[in-house]
Ligand binder design. Structure first.
Ligand code: KG4
Ligand code: ZN
Length: 339
């Protein structure tokens, strides 16, 4: 029998300081997440300088929690995995330097993980990804359909031509005057509203691409014009109308890709996969198409280190270790081949 592999993952790319231990790439042994959300909400969004400073303050406390409550000791840990890209530079550096120090002190290999690959591998914490799978990646910076033929074998078959869906949710939250974090707040308002606004349907074509900037601009103009006419906007109804149109595009394009590529398995990744309406619409569509759908449990959809440790496991098996001159990168595409 193969020996169990324990990977300690570290995630600090944005506003969550998280460390987790994952067994064999699939089992969450222990996860600690410290969020800075309340602090950034005061400013209406993540303030990079404050975020990196807060990571520095939290990271040792988070590690202490993991090492004292996980029942895993350093001897059992096989590797240290860390998010090195993409994200806020100062934030990534806190996690990366911390990971390097731990790897050096405890003599463990270091594994570099791309944050979006982490979101994708969060699916393994649910049930193991079956290859080939079609991935729908929906985050603050990504909206794409990707064929996954094996571990780290990605082929993008559709993507946004402009804004990402998460970015659009955040922008709409601002337009409606809703506080940070935008996405979950728009969802909350949408839940109580009705679809009363007639919004343009973006990318109403047969391609696998997406677009969100037209929808965003339409909403900005709509709110602006109504204000000028002294009319009130119904925030609940507008949030609902927006959400219906925004999510419909994701579901329709995913269905088109399923049909085009004869897909049997769909996985969903990224922060927007926490959206309940998206989850339920995908469920209905996949059932209709007779396709298996995997969405990570709610707690693994937003940023966490569990997904980073899970994503490191296939790299560990391939002995793809990073050297100590590894640097953080604010931008890096998860689907580019690394070697
Ligand atoms: O994947 P993620 O952590 O971002 C990147 O790594 O880029 O996801 C963050 C994005 C934000 O734009 C946030 O507003 C959105 O995911 N988001 C949501 C929800 N929860 C988070 N959007 C819609 N509905 C949600 N429930
Ligand atoms: Zn993320």
């Amino acid at each position: 029998m193969e020996k169990d592999v324990y990977i300690l993952g570290i995630e600090t790319s944005c506003d969550e300081t998280s460390i987790a231990i994952v067994k064999n790439g699939v089992e969450d042994v222990y996860t600690c997440i410290r969020t800075q959300m309340e602090t950034h909400a005061l400013y209406g969004g993540v303030v990079p300088e404050i975020a990196s400073r807060m990571h520095t303050e939290s990271i040792t406390l988070v590690l202490e929690d993991v090492m004292s409550n996980s029942k895993v000791d350093w001897d059992m840990i096989d590797a240290i995995a860390v998010t090195y890209a993409p994200g806020l530079m100062g934030c990534l550096l806190v996690g990366l330097e911390f990971a390097k120090t731990l790897a050096l002190i405890h003599k463990k290999p270091l594994i570099a993980v791309n944050h979006i690959a982490g979101h994708i591998y969060a699916n393994n914490l649910n049930k193991q990804i079956i290859f080939p799978s079609l991935g729908l990646v929906v985050s603050g910076g990504h909206t794409e359909l990707v064929l996954m033929n094996g571990d780290y074998d990605f082929e993008v078959v559709g993507s946004t031509l402009d804004d990402a869906i998460g970015e659009c949710y955040d922008k709409v939250a601002r337009i409606l005057g809703l506080s940070y974090p935008g996405g979950p707040n728009v969802e909350r308002y949408a839940l109580e509203g009705k679809h009363t606004y007639d919004l343009p349907i973006p990318m109403n074509d047969e391609s696998l691409n997406f677009s969100y900037s037209g929808l965003k601009s339409y909403l900005i103009n709509l709110v602006h014009n109504e204000k000028q006419r002294g009319k009130d906007i119904d925030k609940y109804d507008l949030a609902r109308s927006f959400q219906d149109v925004a999510i419909e595009q994701l579901v329709r394009k995913t269905r088109l890709a399923i049909q085009k590529y004869g897909i049997k398995n769909v996985i969903v990744a990224g922060g927007v996969s926490a959206n309940k309406y998206l989850r339920s619409e995908l469920e209905v569509m996949c059932k209709d198409e007779n396709v298996e759908l995997s969405i990570p449990p709610f707690k693994y959809c937003t940023d966490n280190a569990t997904m980073i440790a899970a994503a490191a496991y296939p790299l560990y098996k391939e002995k793809k270790f990073a050297s100590f001159d590894l640097n953080a990168k604010s931008q890096e595409r998860y689907f580019d081949k690394k070697d």
